[in-house]
Design a protein around this ligand. Sequence first.
Ligand code: UT7
Length: 332
Amino acid sequence: MPDAVLAGVGAWTPPRIVTNDDLAAYLDTSDEWIYSRTGIRQRRIADPGVATSDLAVEAGARALKSAEIDHVDAVILATTTPDRPCPATAPDVASRLGVTGIAAFDVAAVCSGFLYALAAAAGLIATEVAGTVLVIGAETYSTILNPTDRTTRALFGDGAGAVVLRAGRADEPGALGPFDLGSDGRYAELISIPGGGSRQRSTGRPAPDGDQYFVMQGQPVFRHAIVRMAESALAVIDRAGWRVDDIDRFVAHQANRRILVRVARRLGIPEERCVMNLERVANTAAASIPLALADAVADGRLRPGHRVLLTAFGGGFTWGATTVRWPDITPA
Ligand code: UT7
């Protein structure tokens, strides 16, 4: 049975930078509050008219170039912010990358979406449905945030990251390790967009004002995120046959610096092994792990041979983790 091996990585963020001070100019917030509570200093925001697929195509093209290929057998797009509720955005992204006629679908697991998509891609490779898969995480959260809500506006940014997986052997550099995935739908309301779906539409009444926006109850999410990411990480460390000391780089979903530090502490991973880029890009949901990977490779924090632990937590609730020994690849 073939294993999924990382063959390329790429990322793209929109050029427009919005700092905490920019937000404080029109929201009741401050750089001091946002930075001390989250570790975020700025975020990238897409210009009007730019959709998730536009970012996904940019990141996907860079990942294909990094892998030195121009064709894949499948495209999986993890996103909370598809271009439209229907159809999925992945087929459009695949066609714009010059690959039509292949399997292409979206994965909706909010901030855990990239890990869910990686697992789905590994499954396509293991079952020999696909020999190569482009996995993209892309988000334009700016399109679902309430412009007047400081509790969400300060946290999220737009961006995209992507990897190419190919069929290979478990002992090769870049082979993905075991996966742990989980969910708990009892907490669905704590991270949600209440309006616009069949639950609200089935009432036959228009969505109450504001229900088109993303809402989150930060404190319970904060607590669950720490527990679930640590548990999931431990499960894959154990299944991979690693010890915590073996982990060279810890790349967790970039939700909040305080969350990442606490998960690392629970696991016994020194803080200097944690990859963080949320200071510059904020929380980019499904894009955050591939964006962090691409950034860390580009600036030398992540090098061939490093043993890397990935974990994420998000709406649903959903969570997951996997491991990889980093191969000799560079972002295009
Ligand atoms: O990506 C998916 C997973 N998401 C996460 O993991 C996010 C998890 N949650 C968090 O990161 C944190 O809970 C937040 C950063 C969202 C909030 O931090 P907190 O320390 O839990 O603050 P809080 O929600 O307890 O709010 C404390 C105060 C409140 O005011 P009162 O009620 O004490 O008067 C908030 O209204 O801070 C207020 N507040 C703000 N003040 C200034 C909330 N947002 C802001 C803001 N600027 N942007």
